[in-house]
Write a protein that binds this ligand. Structure first.
Ligand code: AMP
Ligand code: GLY
Length: 430
């Protein structure tokens, strides 16, 4: 079978790498892919990003199943386009992807269906937003309504920061947010305390299968300092997700979400990612939904997946509400996987492109360097985006895998590279 992966980040490199391991896969195409997928003989880059052109290409080339990595094409309706033409594709429809593409949609969905999340209000008028913030006080969280590539959230520790965020999102409008119908809006919500974890499941419209748990590191600098990023490193499993927390997340968040979407007439198919905030009492609240797998969480998670990834996608796309999923149990490597992101000079504000990347280690069964912002230019590997590489490995403990990854990373070099030296620290404290 020929398969297509849409996207060009580290997550998509990991997805393509995993699919290529399936004995039933004849060729994996990655559109548009990156320098790493270009270098890999088992993968083939495709320079198409337009959704209709991709669908036509998939028809002409008899692609058996398509997997969508990022939120952009999902929110633009790639799943609807492929399905309308009888093509098999794994992901949510445009309507279902609103769980991520509109904070206003996902918050009102959660309120309506009793899914635990922070208290909130939605505003399009800056004056009422400012008044609300003054009433509520700080700390408080201001979120842009549309897709903003991880830059649409300000956790304001002071009222000044909150007011500035409102002006920035509603008045200046310089964030580069893809606005939803009705123009710029913000969601202002209660500040939650606790430890975060990434909780991802696979949905076929009715049934769900949880993936292994993981934890991301969103801030640029060690100790969770500095600006928010797309994610600077992740590991799996995340011990903060105890069996009790896991059961609560399934019972209070994931299952009601699936049921609620079905009831609202928008059955959810695809990966669903709930960002969890877990408090000291083990109570779980939903910080956000993403309609896809996380990046970089996917890289360590797929390193641990032993089940054939193609089989998984095929059973998930057999038909909404199919029974093939019901008894599906995924098999995971018992070891811990951990990935450290190496980012470009200037990331996240203004990443520089064109730096030469050298010293990549050889790939092995339990160590892999996934590429994200890299490109092959005249046979030379160069940086081409903010997050450049994710150096990933398996190990018997968090401490051991940390050592391994940081050792493998030593030889890699490009001008201006930035990475955190403490990925996994929450799991090794004490
Ligand atoms: P989001 O894109 O909604 O996940 O927000 C990005 C990051 O902002 C999250 O990973 C949290 O670290 C932080 N955050 C979002 N909402 C809240 C909240 N209500 N309370 C505290 N921190 C939050
Ligand atoms: N790493 C967080 C995300 O993918 O949204």
């Amino acid at each position: 079978m020929k398969v297509l992966v849409i996207g060009g980040g580290g997550r998509e490199h990991a997805m393509a790498w995993k699919l290529a391991q399936s004995p039933k896969v004849q060729m994996v195409y990655v559109a548009p892919g990156n320098g790493g997928t270009a270098l890999d003989a088992r993968l083939h880059n495709l320079a198409i990003t337009d959704i209709v052109a991709l669908r036509q290409w998939a028809q002409e080339n008899k692609i058996g199943v398509t997997l969508v990595g990022p939120e952009g094409p999902l929110a633009a309706g790639v799943v609807d386009e492929f399905r309308q033409h009888g093509l098999r594709i794994f992901g949510p429809t445009k309507a279902a992807a609103q769980l991520e593409s509109s904070k206003a949609f996902s918050k009102s969905f959660m309120r309506r269906h009793g899914i635990p999340t922070a208290e909130y209000a939605t505003f399009s008028d800056p004056i009422t937003a400012h008044t609300y913030v003054n009433q509520m006080g700080a700390p408080i969280v201001v979120k842009a309504d549309g897709l903003a590539a991880g830059k649409g959230v300000v956790v304001a520790m002071t009222l000044e920061e909150a007011h500035a965020a409102i002006d920035f999102m509603l008045v200046d409008n310089t964030l580069g947010v893809t606005h939803n119908e009705g123009g710029a809006r913000v969601v202002i919500e209660e500040f939650l305390e606790g430890e975060e974890a990434s909780f991802m499941v696979l949905c076929d419209g009715r049934n769900v299968v949880p993936l292994a748990t993981s934890q991301d590191h969103k801030r640029l600098l060690d100790g969770d300092n500095g600006p928010n990023t797309g994610g600077m490193g992740a590991y799996s499993p995340a011990p903060v997700v105890t069996p009790q927390v896991h059961a609560r997340a399934m019972r209070e968040i994931i299952l009601p979400t699936l049921k609620g979407m079905e009831k609202d007439g928008i059955p959810y198919t695809g990966f669903l990612y709930a960002g969890l905030m877990i408090d000291a009492q083990g109570q779980v609240k939903t910080l956000e939904f993403n309609c896809r797998m996380g990046d970089p969480e996917t890289q360590p998670i797929l390193m641990r997946l032993k089940t054939d990834f193609l089989d998984l996608l095929l059973s998930a796309t057999e038909g909404a509400g199919g029974t093939s999923f019901e008894n599906l149990e995924l098999e995971w490597d018992r070891r811990t996987a951990l990935g450290v992101v190496m980012a470009a000079h200037g990331y996240p504000a203004a990443p520089r492109k064109g730096d030469v990347v050298a010293g990549l280690p050889k790939e092995s069964d339990d160590a892999m360097v996934f590429h994200a912002g890299t490109a092959l230019v005249d046979g030379q590997l160069q940086t081409s985006g903010g997050r450049v590489l994710c150096v990933t490995a398996l190990g018997d403990s968090v401490r051991q895998v940390q050592q391994r990854v940081y050792q493998n990373l030593q030889g890699i070099a490009f001008d201006g590279m930035q990475y955190r030296t403490d990925i996994g620290y929450r799991a090794v404290k004490g």
